[in-house]
Design a protein around this ligand. Structure first.
Ligand SMILES: CC(C)(COP(=O)(O)OP(=O)(O)OC[C@H]1O[C@@H](n2cnc3c(N)ncnc32)[C@H](O)[C@@H]1OP(=O)(O)O)[C@@H](O)C(=O)NCCC(=O)NCCS
Length: 150
């Protein structure tokens, strides 16, 4: 199912398709849009992002922030609703971890934060080996923080 998945740069050629990627309607209020993730990523030092592609076609988006080299942050991951439940998220996470470790051998654990009411994210990260550490205030909301050894 997850064959043909790659992480690719967002380029002049694919940006229109990347910006059309959408989570499911019920997920949209629980996670940032791709446009928001790109805008924040561009202006943050040590952040990078990639399109998750199914063969040539953008199918999702992943963003990493490496401000703490030992403990990078999976700042965002989104798989378009059409591609969800087919292993794209898990594969993209594996590829992102490979990229992180290639860039930065001292990386020890990956951190992620998401809204505690985001049940899909909670289930996904648990299945992918993250352990919940705490819930903390975030921007007037609360976020659940989880870690995975890498
Ligand atoms: C979270 C998200 C990225 C998962 O992507 P996905 O491609 O559907 O996930 P996968 O198909 O790779 O699933 C990987 C594992 O997680 C499990 N999983 C994923 N979503 C799940 C859910 N809602 N409930 C239970 N298990 C779930 C799968 O069963 C799979 O388990 P397995 O490998 O042991 O069989 C996707 O739901 C999404 O884009 N959500 C909206 C954006 C978001 O909330 N992002 C996270 C916060 S930044």
């Amino acid at each position: 199912m997850s064959e043909g998945i790659t992480l690719r740069d967002v380029t002049k050629q694919n940006i229109r398709q990347v910006l059309k990627l959408k989570a499911a309607p019920e997920q949209e209020r629980l996670a940032p849009t791709v446009a928001h993730m790109i805008a924040r990523g561009v202006y943050e030092d040590n952040a990078w992002f990639k399109a998750i592609c199914a063969d040539e076609a953008p199918a999702g988006f992943v963003k990493v922030w490496e401000s703490n080299p030992e403990e990078p942050d999976l700042w965002g991951i989104m798989v378009d609703k059409k591609y969800q439940g087919r292993g794209y998220g898990r594969k993209a996470l594996e590829f992102a971890i490979e990229l992180i470790k290639g860039r930065n051998p001292q990386a020890k654990r990956l951190c992620v934060g998401y809204l505690p009411e985001n049940g899909d994210a909670q289930a996904f990260f648990k299945k992918c080996g993250f352990e919940v550490d705490r819930v903390q205030p975030f921007d007037g909301w609360k976020e659940e923080i989880a870690y995975k050894e890498i």
